[in-house]
Each structure stands twice: as C-alpha cells, then as structure tokens.
Design a protein around this ligand. Structure first.
Ligand code: SF4
Length: 503
C-alpha cells in the first residue's frame, strides 16, 4: 500500500487555525492517492496517531510541513522515529524551515526529500516518480541526496492560483471538525485562517520568504477567495477571516474587487501588507475596505531610521516620515495599523547599537501620539537562516552561527529563536535586551492592545495610571509592578507570539 500521512506539527499552544499548508498539499493529491491528515495541534498524542497509521502497513509516505520555531519540536523527533521504527517509509519535508535549512535537514539522514517551495505539483510528481521509478531530476522544487551529493532541482514558475484544485475542506472535516479551528477573536466569533496568495514581490533582506519565492507573487482572483469564504460561511458560519498571506495587499484592483464582493456579508478581516504599497491606495479604496470589514492590517514598519530601512531593502520607498503619516491616514478610515518594529540590528559598536534602540523607542512613542490605536509589535532582529545568502555570510562573519546539526535546533536556546525574542546575536548586549523588554512592558501597560477583547475598561485604566509616570519620563527600568499585574491579573498576551486573543 502507498498511503500518505500529511502531518502538521503543533504550531501553537492555543488558537488553532485551519492547517492551510497540509490542506493545500492534500488538494494536490486528492482523488489521486489515499491520504490522511494528522494535525499535531488537535491531537493529545500525535505520535501515537502516526504510529497507529504506520502499524497498519498501509502507508508508505510520511510528509510533514516544517516551519521554524515550535513545529521543529515534533517534526524532528517524529520524523526520526518514523525512520528508526519504520525504515521503509519515505519521509518528505516541506515549509520554510525545510527549504531554508535544507542541508542540515537532508544530512540528518532521516529526511529523504524536501519540497523546496510550493508542493502543489512537486509532491504528486515525487510520489509518481517513486511509484513508477521515474527520473527525479525532472521534478521541480525538489531537494534530495544522491550518492552523497545534495541535488537541488530547478525552481518552478509560480502556478496560476486559480487553476489549483479546490481545498478539501470536507475531507479535513472528517478528521478534525472545521468548527474546532474557528476561534473567537477580536475580529469575530468564528475566525477562519485563509491563504489567498503565495510569495511576495519584494526582497527585504531579513525575510525568509525571499529565498523561496525570489520576489514573485501570485494571488487567487477576488472571486475565488470570495467563493471559498462563502462556502465556509454557509457551512460553518464563519464571521471573520485572517488572511495569512505574506502580502495580501499587493494588488489594489484585487483588494477592491474582493471588498466589493464581501462588503454585505458581515465578515471582518485582517491581513498583512506594506506601508508604501497601501499608502498608494486611493482614499475610496481604503474607505471601501473598511466598510467591507477590514478592521486591522499588519505592517512591517521595522524602524524609523531611513538609512536602516534602505539597508533592509524594504523596496526603497518606505521612510520614517511615511510610517508616521500613514498611521495618521489610516486613523481617518478607522483601520487599525498593526506596526511591527525590528530592534537590535548590528552596528559598528555598542554605542551605535544602543543609540539606535533609543531612537526606535522614541519613534514608536511618536507613532502612539499620532494614532494611539496603532498596535505595536516589537521584535529583536534575528538573522534569517538561509544558507548561502549574502546576509547569512555577513552575520556568520560577525560571530553568529546557526546550528549545524538538525537536532541542535531542539536545544532550549534555539527554541524561541524564530519568535525573535531571543536572537542570540553577539552585538546585542543583555542590557540592551532588558531596555527593549522593559520599554515593551511599560508601553503595553500604557497602551494595552486593542485586539485583546478580554481586557476590561477598569483593567486598562489601572494599568495606564500605574505606568503613566514611567512612560512620560522614559523610566523603564525594572517594571516589576507592571509585569506582575500583566501576568497574574490581566493574563496579558503578546500578539507577536500568540496572535489575536482567541478562545
Ligand atoms: S514585504 Fe514582507 S513578505 Fe515581502 S519580502 Fe518584505 S518582509 Fe518579506
């Protein structure tokens, strides 16, 4: 038998969303091969489930999506166990981690193949090749080892997203009721996650998407997105959507068409975009988007420093002044900007690193004065683990090294690396990390996140009063009183780690 297990390792402690990556891969083999879904987010003991399937002797393939961060904690040990206990099973990895860390993954000896980018064609063709012993080198987007040499096949063009087979929601529903993936968030009572596009046309130097999609982007048509969402609304009564695209707003035309289709359907939505792209949108488009349910948009603001923005290769047009004026512009349309900042970039010496952190903190405070509803997300800069890239060489030269062995990624110090809270970069000294974290604590107390619908008016008021002297006098040192209240009274959440508050 040649059945396939499609595995989604646990990616969060709560807030489980429709596993779009394995759903899309499932679509590519649906009605061609027999397969099952195993979602680590919804299984108490996912290994037990995987093992029970493998013991039937009906399975030949174990395919796992592997994103950096939490998913490694199941992907690595489970794949290893599959190989040890069931050596004839073919193991396949996909996802950003697998593509960007392909060398250590393949060298581990327990990952047979890596789908390097979209798997819509690569996975069915790989199975076809193994079953029929066809030539693997003709399959695009594939990495594997032959005679001790790592073979990387050609990257495919991005596929027309409308030509891809429909997502097998009903089939997934047989394994895990879709209901269980629809959380209550500040957007709505039943929030679905959806991918409407792949890739991104930009080349920000710190972004893991760039080496995989090489500045390419392809989106589904507005009509197709609308049809999928209407299916989810009619069948599962969704009332909100998070678009988990890397860049949902690339095409104003598509966004306007989608807004016109969805506007009377009572669905709130959120997506990720670029400030310079959306700042080019017409006022009518922004107004239409808001009336069509767009409540909040995530933007990589990164920093207020124009020089650093250039170094980050943000596409060249985003400036500190624009970040500010755009926050004011969105306020007029009642769309909340969710701005993420990246602090702690390398500089020639400690003073310069510390000075830049100070400047960014002041910049963030300016944004809050301009539009107090702006959600601020602070990350610490962590290099993108893309082997062979220019930046990879640069940060290696500065004394930073990624784990050489796949299993080293499981060590506690690397566990939170991807959450960009613990970057392990030698130029960022502990006192700098403390300053950033303490500022964040004071900021979150003075301006509690608007997306946490559980916070009461009283809680917000108490935190604001308690933190106001610190905030106004720039005194962030050791804010224990705020930390204790945030932890035990507010059960405060950090959107950058946990996403919107969800239950
Ligand atoms: S715009 Fe966003 S998704 Fe696109 S390359 Fe830059 S950081 Fe990555």
């Amino acid at each position: 038998m040649n059945k396939i297990i499609l595995f989604n390792p646990r990616s969060a402690n709560s807030k489980h969303r429709i596993p779009n990556s394995i759903l899309q891969v499932g679509a590519s083999i649906h009605n061609r091969y027999e397969y099952v879904f195993v979602d680590g987010n919804l299984e108490n003991d996912p290994w037990k489930k995987i093992e029970s399937y493998l013991k039937t002797n009906e399975f030949k393939y174990f395919a796992s999506t592997v994103m950096p961060g939490m998913q490694l904690k199941e992907a690595i040990p489970f794949t290893k166990k599959v190989k040890e206990l069931f050596p004839s099973i073919v193991t396949i990895w996909g996802g950003y981690f697998a593509s960007n860390q392909y060398k250590s993954s393949i060298d581990s000896g327990f990952v047979d193949y890596i789908i390097n980018g979209p798997g819509d064609k690569a996975l069915p063709e790989l199975i076809e090749a193994i079953e029929g012993e066809k030539d693997l080198t003709l399959i695009e987007n594939l990495i594997y080892k032959k005679n001790n040499e790592i073979i990387k096949t050609k990257k495919s063009d991005l596929f027309d997203q409308d030509s891809l087979p429909p997502l097998p929601y009903d089939y997934l529903n047989n394994f895990y009721p879709i209901e269980n993936y629809l959380g209550k968030t500040f957007l709505g009572k039943k929030t679905a996650a959806y991918h409407s596009s792949i890739g991104c046309p930009f080349t920000c130097s710190f972004c893991a998407v760039v080496p995989i999609y090489e500045a390419r982007w392809k989106g589904k048509s507005a009509e197709n997105i609308f049809n999928d969402l209407m299916y989810l609304k009619n069948k599962f009564e969704i009332d909100a959507v998070e678009f988990h695209d890397n860049n949902f707003f690339v095409s104003e035309k598509r966004v306007v068409e989608f807004s016109n289709l969805i506007k009377d359907k009572n669905i709130n939505w959120w997506g990720e975009g670029r400030i310079d792209t959306l700042d080019k949108y017409k006022d009518e488009s922004l107004e239409l988007m808001r009336s069509a349910g767009c409540k909040m948009i995530f933007f990589g603001a990164e920093t207020g420093n124009d020089e650093i923005l250039k170094q980050m290769d943000k596409g060249g047009t985003q400036t500190g002044a624009q970040i500010k004026s755009f926050a004011a512009r969105l306020k007029k349309f009642d769309i909340i900007p969710e701005y993420s900042f990246v602090l702690g970039l390398p500089a020639e010496n400690d003073e310069k690193v510390a000075h830049q952190i100070e400047e960014d903190i002041n910049f963030i405070k300016d944004i809050k004065t301009i539009n107090p509803d702006t959600e601020i997300i602070i990350y610490l800069y962590s290099p993108v683990p893309t082997e062979g890239s220019e930046l990879y060489e640069k940060v290696s030269a500065a004394g930073f090294n990624f784990p050489q062995k796949l299993e080293d990624w499981l060590s506690p110090s690397w566990e939170y690396f991807d959450l960009r809270k613990n970057p392990l970069t030698p130029w960022l000294k502990p006192f700098m990390v403390d300053k950033i974290k303490n500022f964040e604590t004071v900021l979150n107390a003075y301006y509690p996140t608007v997306s946490d619908f559980k916070l009461t008016g009283l809680q917000k008021q108490v935190m604001k009063t308690l933190s106001s002297i610190r905030y106004k006098t720039n005194f962030y040192h050791l804010p224990y009183e705020l930390k204790v209240l945030q932890k035990f009274w507010l059960h405060y959440r950090q959107p950058e780690i946990e996403g919107f508050y969800s239950e």
